[in-house]
Design a protein around this ligand. Sequence first.
Ligand code: ZN
Length: 67
Amino acid sequence: MGEVNCLYCGKAVPDDVARCPHCGAVSHFQRKGYRHGARLRFLIFFLVLVVMALVLAFWLPRDINVP
Ligand SMILES: [Zn+2]
C-alpha cells in the first residue's frame, strides 16, 4: 500500500514489490516478512548476547574465589 523511493533511481515504488518497476533494481523495502525476519534475527542475536552476559556475570565471581 505504501510507497518508498527506489534506492537506485529515486522514483516512487510500491513497498510490496520485489523489483523496481522503473529501473528493475531489487527493492530493499519489499514485504513485511523481510523486515520481520531481519528484526527476529536481531532479537535472537541480542538475546544470545544477554544470555552470554548473564553466564559471565555468574561465572566471574566464582573464578575470583578460586585460589
Ligand atoms: Zn528504481
